[in-house]
Write a protein that binds this ligand. Sequence first.
Ligand code: KIV
Length: 275
Amino acid sequence: MSAHPDAGRRRTTIHDLAALRARGERFVMLTAYDANAAGILDELDVPVLLVGDSLGMVALGHPTTLLVTLDDMIHHASAVMRARPHALVVVDLPFGSYQQGPEQALASAVRVIKESGADAVKIEGGARVVPTVRTLVAAGIPVMGHLGLTPQSVGQLGGFRVQGRDEAAAATIVEDAVALAEAGVFATVLECIPASLAPRVTAASPAPTIGIGAGGDVDGQVLVWHDLLGLGSGHRPRFVRAYADLRGAIRGAVDAFRDDVRSGAFPSEAESYGD
Ligand code: KIV
């Protein structure tokens, strides 16, 4: 009897990420919003899945992440968890579900964990969310931080722009990363910061860093599923490398199907049931 494909596999934990960092092994995180994607990523041993609130922009048709609700996040995180992935599954707390402070954040995070079965939550912000991180960690909930371009603050930042370009802003990001790690985050996403700043943050941060638009000197890299696969349309940020053109492939497939239906080439006899 051959071994079960899952034999020897166990769920990734936050400690595994620390161990990868200690060994100098870079790791991957990818976003996932449904069971199908989570299943594929699981087959490929991707260690961390992020149910990101980018969901709002790539799947729900919103212009920003601000309209995403806690119910949206739990709905999609539950779908990801139904694939029973071995990855560590991290879920974004969306805008409005933690900004009131630690008590609101705890209630939101408990809902995410209990209702979806996911492992951890991610929140955006630096020093101002430190009391919230402490409260969640004290309750036993693993927390990922997010610094640099924090899309839930897009209005205040004046758009989706690179952060930390001047020395004062760069120093604040370094200090925030240290403060978050001291408060207990197990990793911090660095989004859209200069490639020269990322190693400073990574060297100062006791927790692993995961970059998106932060250059190569970080512990891990994250991309959005739709960006990686070339599923998006419109502006493609500089930091995105599309490893496939699925939008083109889908268009080709749908075109071919439509032509075959129109010409009568679909379905064939082999694709039809006999008497
Ligand atoms: O929501 C998201 O997908 C994210 C990643 C871009 C890090 O926060």
